[in-house]
Ligand binder design. Structure first.
Ligand SMILES: [Mg+2]
Length: 249
């Protein structure tokens, strides 16, 4: 009933997704429960941030097509695809994409820009339900510490739980540390917070790591996008496209 996702995974349909998400809320009621969420492409959609950077590049360089860029032009991480979708021709893409890449790198990993992200469908209601169930929420992200202020501002802007007594935001100390190494050592830090009962991540490498580190947890892959490294999601890990199927019980 659902199309095969580009990563090779087949996401659950709405009925099965709703059941899985409801089961997660039940698990979140356990004493000492910790529920782990990745941010980018799990709870938050980065496309508004991508589009803003492209618009500003277009305005700064007099490229009208890019100055009119919108979030829906982004489909994955290849800026050439977004440029084409925004209406730039092949010569224009050739002329601009390397320069845009540098412009993008200076802005994408910053607080000033990450505040623009939007929630993945249904994420706000689902995270609220996890909080209401009493679990400690751990946002575990590959974002680095200088992005903390913008990340918190974005969460607050969308009415999502902000870091505090029952909500933690675990970030990489530096941009340079590889996300895989960071997440691997974070699995151990999570043990100190309580018992991990559920984890959500869009990166196959990371969700596989949660499955291995927390075999009793509900571990869910987000079939949004991923880093295209050709890593397969472990076969028994379910995938959902977003959180829109969740209905409070
Ligand atoms: Mg992610």
């Amino acid at each position: 009933v659902t199309a095969r996702h580009s990563s090779g995974v087949v996401p659950l349909d709405a009925v099965a997704s709703a059941a899985l998400l409801a089961r997660t809320i039940e698990a979140a009621r356990a004493p000492d429960a910790v529920v782990v969420f990745d941010l980018d492409s799990t709870l938050l959609d980065n496309r508004p941030r991508q589009a803003r950077i492209m618009r500003e590049y277009g305005a700064a360089h007099g490229v009208a097509a890019l100055a009119g860029g919108r979030a829906e032009h982004w489909n994955g991480w290849d800026s050439r695809v977004a440029m084409r979708n925004a209406g730039l021709d092949g010569d224009g893409i050739e002329r601009h994409h390397a320069r845009f890449r540098d412009y993008w790198t200076e802005r994408f990993f910053t607080s000033a820009y990450c505040v623009d992200d939007d929630p993945i469908a249904g994420a706000v209601a689902f995270v609220a339900a996890v909080e209401a169930a009493g679990a400690l929420i751990a946002y575990v992200t590959g974002r680095h510490e200088p992005m903390r202020a913008g990340t918190v501002a974005c969460l607050v802007r969308h009415g999502m739980p902000a870091p505090g007594q029952r909500v933690r935001l675990l970030m990489k100390p530096t941009l340079e540390e590889h996300d895989d190494a960071y997440k691997a050592r974070t699995y151990r830090a999570l043990d100190a917070l309580g018992r991990v009962v559920a984890a959500f991540d869009n990166e196959p490498t990371h969700i596989n790591g949660y499955r291995t580190s927390f075999p009793d947890a509900v571990v869910v892959h987000l079939a949004t996008d991923h880093s295209l490294r050709g890593v397969a999601v472990i076969a028994d890990i379910p995938s959902v496209v977003d959180f829109a199927a969740y209905r409070p019980g």
